[in-house]
Design a protein around this ligand. Structure first.
Ligand code: BG6
Length: 496
């Protein structure tokens, strides 16, 4: 809910890892956009912490370059001046307690005549730095709440069930749950939030949203990009940990959840957790039948030759890390019993596309059997999240003419009008952190249940390190992904 930001009490927003990839690509542009939209509270101050031996002026030049490069024509010097005046740059080594002493001193400086008692810590760091930084914050007393001290933790939250629990325990020793913000930026995407509206604000959808009408659900997050310079992280993670355990599982919960009693953070999250709890476990012996992995080989994307995963900088040439994963899950509850949820995600696929495709059952009677039409194909609802933001319903209509022939027509509801600018997920989420709205953040039981679902798959694959199938970069992944389908007439939807 929009608030008048001037009424909020003073707040310091500390960005750890301020010169890193996440801060540069996501946080700074999103915060700048919020500044431009006048959504940042007047008394909000940023402390940017990084190792670089920079002075304030170097930081300012850096931010200027980043934003100018990003927004080009849309960049405004005036907004930038307002934005940059909110920042202090602090050079520091996060492993050294001096850094935290310096931070305390910085935070103690009165801004606009008021000492700040609210702090947000944003860990834009490598996951292995989370626990040490929390430890230091604790030792320095920086976690002791006066008004609020919030901490924002990025995914991946742990590398498996055990490490996720450890990280959670450590966070809870220093911060209350209500001050922990676990980010999965997919929940900040407007089109993902729109799914809640689509499902729960339209009477005509709810009665058909179940196993009586739906044959299966597909969730695809395809990317045409490779791993870029992230080999360090990605080669340890792989597609299952990087995407399926979090982003795709979150999409699944939004598609499958029951209507919550209200839009309160916990009411929504309770329903999402129930979905995760109802997912039929994948026993180790069933992993082969229910999931598959693969890795991209050399190929061509947009007419350009691109290297295979093992030739990416920083990747060993015998790496068996998966860059593609497909899996089939069942949700054993009244609504979804027997409906397969097919999920797939991969890098260096034919194109970038995020889509939830819902296929309905065949009509009970093939009334058109004796006509040229013979068999009617089933209806689909396509919820497209990227690059197209729309909802399409595929239905049959008669073709004009003397014979009884039909064609598929699409009822399309585009999410955004031409004059409505897209919002980045981080803009929504950062504002929510500042305003203290946790609805779009992940509660630990969601993380835990999602790890529980994928854990047997990870364990099985980690024992099988000798070989990984490959797919050509620029393709739709391995042919083998078709073997997950329960029925011969099921197929992956690659187009909207
Ligand atoms: C990140 C993953 O969480 O999401 C990346 O670590 C992936 O590997 C990215 O590329 C995809 O996000 P989006 O918003 O571009 O679909």
């Amino acid at each position: 809910m929009a608030k008048d930001m001037n009424f909020l009490t003073p707040c310091s927003f500390v960005i750890f890892g301020a010169t890193g990839n996440l801060a540069t690509i996501k946080l700074l542009p999103a915060l700048y956009n919020l500044e431009m939209a006048n959504r940042l509270p007047t008394a909000l101050h940023f402390v940017a912490i990084a190792r670089k031996q920079w002075q304030q002026a170097d930081w300012s030049t850096h931010v200027h370059d980043v934003l100018k490069g990003r927004f080009a024509e849309g960049f405004s010097e005036e907004i930038f001046q307002r934005f940059i005046s909110r920042f202090s740059y602090l050079k520091g080594d996060l492993d050294n307690s001096q850094c935290y002493a310096d931070l305390i001193e910085e935070l103690g400086k009165p801004r606009e005549g008021v000492a700040c008692s609210n702090i947000i810590f944003y860990l834009a760091l490598k996951p292995e730095q989370y626990i040490p930084v929390v430890q230091h914050l604790d030792e320095a007393g920086l976690n002791r709440p006066q008004n609020f001290h919030r901490i924002v933790v990025e995914k991946p939250f742990g590398t498996d069930l055990e490490t996720a629990k450890l990280l959670n325990q450590r966070l809870h020793q220093s911060f209350d749950e209500e001050n922990i913000y676990r980010i999965d930026h997919y929940l900040g995407k407007e089109t993902v939030q729109n799914m809640l509206v689509f499902r729960f604000a339209n009477t005509l959808i709810e009665p058909i949203w179940n196993r009586n009408y739906i044959d299966h659900v597909q969730i695809t997050v395809a990317e045409d990009i490779g791993i870029g310079s992230r080999a360090d992280y990605y080669d340890q993670a792989g597609a299952l940990r990087d995407m399926l355990q979090n982003h795709l599982m979150q999409l699944l919960t939004v598609v499958a959840m029951e209507p919550p009693p209200s839009l309160d953070a916990d009411a929504v999250r309770d329903e999402k957790v129930k979905v995760l709890r109802s997912i039929r476990p994948v026993p180790r012996r069933a992993v082969q039948a229910r999931a598959l992995r693969a890795q991209y080989a050399d190929g061509v994307i947009d007419g350009e030759q691109v290297p295979g995963y093992q030739h990416e900088p920083g990747v060993e040439n015998n790496s068996v890390t998966e860059t593609f994963v497909a899996a089939k899950f069942y949700i054993d509850n009244w609504r979804w019993k027997g409906v397969p949820f097919y999920m797939r995600t991969g890098k260096r696929l034919a194109k970038s596309m995020t889509m939830i495709a819902i296929r309905f059952h065949d009509t009970p009677q093939q009334l058109f059997r004796e006509t040229p039409l013979q068999v009617i194909s089933p209806n689909w609802i396509l919820l497209s999240i990227h690059p197209v933001e729309s909802m399409q319903m595929e239905i049959h209509v008669k073709q004009p003419g003397l014979s009884m022939e039909t064609r598929v027509t699409k009822l399309a509801a585009s999410y955004r009008m031409d004059n409505e600018a897209p919002l980045d997920a981080y803009e929504t989420l950062l504002l929510d952190v500042i305003e203290g709205d946790r609805t779009l953040f992940i509660r630990f039981d969601e993380v835990e249940m999602a790890w529980q679902v994928v854990d047997p798959i990870m364990k099985q694959w980690s024992q099988d390190q000798a070989y990984i199938p490959s797919y050509a970069a620029g393709s739709w992944g391995p042919e083998e992904a078709n073997r997950l389908f329960d029925d011969d007439d099921q197929f992956w939807r690659n187009e909207i």
